[in-house]
Design a protein around this ligand. Structure first.
Ligand SMILES: NC(=O)c1ccc[n+]([C@@H]2O[C@H](COP(=O)([O-])OP(=O)(O)OC[C@H]3O[C@@H](n4cnc5c(N)ncnc54)[C@H](OP(=O)(O)O)[C@@H]3O)[C@@H](O)[C@H]2O)c1
Length: 287
């Protein structure tokens, strides 16, 4: 008889995320162990608790989920978790700190419905944040030509350097575009724009969106007014506005939730899955 499904929620915040807990239960998790204040330094004993209890085939009925608002801290925890595994002594693990992986995957999947990404020139505004840099990575993996924008070109260049480590053939360029008028300039010639800037910051105006020649798809991930791209409504889901197919933050939210739940379910299919941005994106393609 299969053992009950246990998810160990490893949260880097002082309180474990209620959102992540609810999604886990809705995804079919039977027992949720919620741990907060997780760091790269203190996670090893939690991992040992997960891998030294159920053995052999039963290891796959225990899994780990890394969450919390600090994405860099979550990435460090994932590294430490993988280091604590050895040989066959491992369980599956998913990283989705601050929803960064599932959000970036949902944004790129939305664009993929309308474009051949391998032939697409894309601009990622706010490309240095956790969501933006993942969107850049996923687009680069698909063969897109990607312009990475930041208020600071050096920060954008660092993202290009990091993404090239994972995708050596990535076609990337770094751009300084903090102000909407600068973003409008960098947008010229692009078929896709993804706005992954900070909450409540307008990165591109409604007028620039309407004037953009050749732009086919625009995705805005900022749910806090004003919109990251003027003229896009939060619930837009493949809504055509002046010839551009638009998605708002809540328009991609349904796909994000589907990927999150499917990721959690997939954790229990084997004991050695590591679900990060690329794996969750690939999973999203199959939904
Ligand atoms: N729907 C969801 O479930 C969901 C989940 C996660 C995130 N989100 C949304 O997705 C977006 C991206 O998330 P994130 O966590 O990656 O964002 P973030 O780290 O807060 O910001 C992303 C980038 O925006 C730029 N930025 C910050 N303040 C700015 C300003 N005043 N003017 C221009 N640029 C500014 C920064 O880049 P530079 O400093 O390099 O310019 C930063 O790296 C946010 O709007 C967030 O709310 C939605």
């Amino acid at each position: 008889m299969p053992k009950p499904l246990i998810l160990v929620q490893l949260d880097t915040d002082a309180q474990p995320s209620v959102f992540d807990g609810v999604v886990a239960v809705d995804a079919g998790v039977q027992h949720l162990f919620r741990h907060s204040g997780i760091t790269a330094e203190n996670v090893r004993d939690r991992v040992h608790g997960a891998i030294f209890t159920r053995g052999g085939d039963d290891l796959r009925y225990t899994a780990l989920f890394i969450g919390g608002s600090d994405v860099a801290a979550g990435e460090a925890v994932l590294k430490a978790v993988k280091k604590a595994f050895f040989g066959p002594m491992r369980v599956s693990v998913m990283l989705d700190s601050n929803g960064s992986n599932t959000t970036a995957a949902a944004a790129v999947l939305a664009a993929r419905k309308h474009l051949d990404l391998s032939q697409t020139k894309a601009l990622v505004l706010g490309g240095t944040g956790p969501v933006g840099r993942r969107a850049v990575l996923l687009l680069a993996r698909e063969g897109a030509t990607v312009r990475v924008a930041s208020r600071d070109a050096a920060r954008a260049e660092q993202v290009c350097v990091d993404v090239r480590q994972a995708v050596p053939a990535a076609k990337l360029s770094a751009h300084a575009a903090g102000k909407p008028e600068e973003a409008a300039e960098v947008l010229k010639g692009c078929e896709l724009v993804i706005a992954a800037g900070a909450a409540g910051v307008e990165l591109l105006t409604k007028e620039s969106l309407a004037a953009a020649q050749g732009l086919k798809v625009a995705v805005d991930l900022n749910a806090v007014p004003p919109a990251g791209i003027g003229g896009i409504e939060a619930f837009d889901k493949a809504v055509e506005r002046r010839g551009v197919v638009c998605y708002g933050p809540l328009g991609v939210g349904g796909t994000k939730m589907k990927i999150h739940k499917a990721g959690l379910k997939q954790l229990f299919e084997r004991n050695d899955a590591v679900l990060d941005a690329a794996e969750l994106y690939e999973l999203g393609k199959s939904l």
